[in-house]
Design a protein around this ligand. Structure first.
Ligand code: BG6
Length: 477
């Protein structure tokens, strides 16, 4: 019993939140580089405020991030010391294709990731690669309007051809788009979408989503053709919606909120636009432009596994304005009075992870992979620079226990678990360094000060013990 013997324990990062080196190695500029910290961040990531380049009035944390571009060997050695079986990372598209629309890739970018994958293999760590984690080359945004344009499908296809061939034998697990449903809530960060006055935003977002869904199916097709060993997953920002009350209207609202997210995975995993989505698009007056063959592509190239991030459950009601709201992953939700919250207001619900695992497994009957989970918290190092992060250990232990129940008691087929931000990195939502998730402390603050030195936290040894016992020993003392 317990987790499968080859359970993939590890941690997750994204290129733009840890690499830095934004103008090194021939890399081109991307949307994720030009999102500043501070009050303008939200308008920029939602596509309401135009920021297509750096200006002197803002600080852009991704430019240097935690400098993993120069320190990856040290970081991977630390992951190996914890016993990682897998390391989830993303490729920066603009390192491989600086503009996005070139025919030939940038060798220096390709080599950079090849070295990383080889280093992982040296330690027996299986790379789990997100092809796009929120990043889109700026040139594609300025020239084509990013994923608004069908042309992006071809550029993404080219990227996939190159990386699947180059990394054949080195990488087996691939995710096509990080949190694909974020296109609805953070369209500039998620898909490079900026809105002009008069745009029908829903029309733009769902058309762009269609392009991503087709691109995802094409990626799956190519991955399987290049190497039948490849396993391709979709990736959802998950978290079950609970009805605020047993009022049937609240229950129905929670179904509809869940469907807004599952829509993407329904297409990627079941291979077709679900009836409820077609009706909803019709009601919203959205007409999707499709090309001949799109529906067959979607049908014939469904994903091998479903991956998702889970930080919190959410609450639905028909009267949200009457109730207190709380912050969540990018968008707010009604506050659940039964749950405590993190310092950033994200509510903590380990049983919600078991519920979410069951919901997704019931719906798709494919292997699942939790590729993000964790607690963003303020860490205060003691005089020796050591962080005693018992709150993080407690959060992770409770969530791992819940996923163990889902596996042991409910029979969910779970491939692995990677905690988010296994090393402290820049927050996607706020741009802060102060919101830390890691087992490894990085000396850097919100303003970019600090030595960037890495120090193990108390949770480092705790997670090492969890992995060594395949999740049997979760004791927190
Ligand atoms: C997910 C993203 O939305 O949540 C990550 O895939 C992100 O990129 C993570 O960092 C945590 O969110 P935040 O806002 O705390 O960084």
């Amino acid at each position: 019993m317990g987790f499968r013997k080859d359970f993939l324990w590890g941690g997750a990062t994204a290129a733009n939140q840890c690499e830095g080196g934004y103008n090194e190695g021939g890399r081109g500029l991307a949307n994720v580089d030009v999102v500043p910290i501070g009050p303008d961040r939200f308008p920029v990531i939602t596509g309401e405020m135009k920021m297509f380049d750096f200006d002197d009035d803002h600080f852009y944390p991704a430019k240097e991030a935690i400098d993993m571009y120069h320190r990856w060997q040290e970081d991977i050695a630390l992951f190996a010391e914890m016993g990682f079986k897998t390391y989830r990372l993303s490729i920066a598209w603009s390192r491989i294709f600086p503009n996005g629309d070139e025919k030939e890739p940038n060798e220096e970018g390709l080599k950079f990731y090849e070295d990383i994958f080889k280093e992982c293999k040296k330690y027996g760590i299986e790379p789990l690669v997100t092809i796009t984690h929120f990043d889109c080359p700026m040139h594609l945004i300025k020239e084509y309007g990013a994923w608004r344009s069908r042309k992006l499908v071809g550029f993404y296809e080219n990227l996939c051809h190159v990386i699947f061939n180059r990394y054949k034998g080195l990488v087996k697990y691939w995710l096509t788009f990080n949190e694909i449903n974020m296109i609805l809530h953070a369209p500039f960060m998620g898909a490079g979408l900026y809105f002009e006055e008069g745009d029908n935003k829903d029309q733009v977002k769902y058309q762009a989503a269609h392009h991503e869904l087709v691109a995802s199916a094409i990626a799956t097709k190519i991955a399987h053709e290049v190497d039948p060993e490849n396993k391709v997953g979709c990736m959802l920002a998950a978290g079950a919606y609970y009805p605020y009350s047993c009022k049937p209207e609240d229950v129905f609202a929670s179904r509809n909120n869940d469907r807004e997210n599952y829509f993407f995975i329904d297409v990627q995993s079941r291979g077709e636009y679900p009836a409820y989505a077609l009706k909803d698009l019709e009601r919203k007056g959205i007409e999707l432009k499709m090309e001949k063959g799109d529906l067959e592509l979607l049908k014939e190239n469904t994903v091998d596994f479903i991956s998702f991030s889970y930080y919190s459950s959410r609450v639905s009601t028909t009267d949200p304005e009457l109730l207190e709201q709380t912050a969540g992953n990018i968008f707010a939700s009604v506050k659940n009075p039964y749950l405590k919250a993190s310092e950033w207001g994200w509510q903590i619900d380990p049983l919600g992870l078991r519920i979410t695992l069951n919901d997704i497994y019931d719906r798709y009957q494919k292997p699942l992979f939790i590729v993000e989970n964790g607690l963003g918290a303020v860490d205060t190092p003691d005089s020796d620079g050591y962080v005693i992060d018992d709150y993080r250990i407690e959060y992770l232990a409770a969530h791992i226990a819940a996923m163990k129940d889902a596996v042991e008691l409910d029979g969910v087929d779970l491939l692995g678990y990677t905690t988010w931000g296994c090393i402290d990195l820049v927050s996607a939502g706020t741009g802060e360094m102060k919101k830390r998730y890691g087992f490894i402390y990085v000396d850097r603050d919100n303003e970019g000060n600090g030595t960037l030195a890495r120090t193990k936290k108390k949770s480092f040894d705790w997670y090492k013990q969890v992995i060594a016992t395949n999740g049997e020993d979760l004791s927190t003392e």
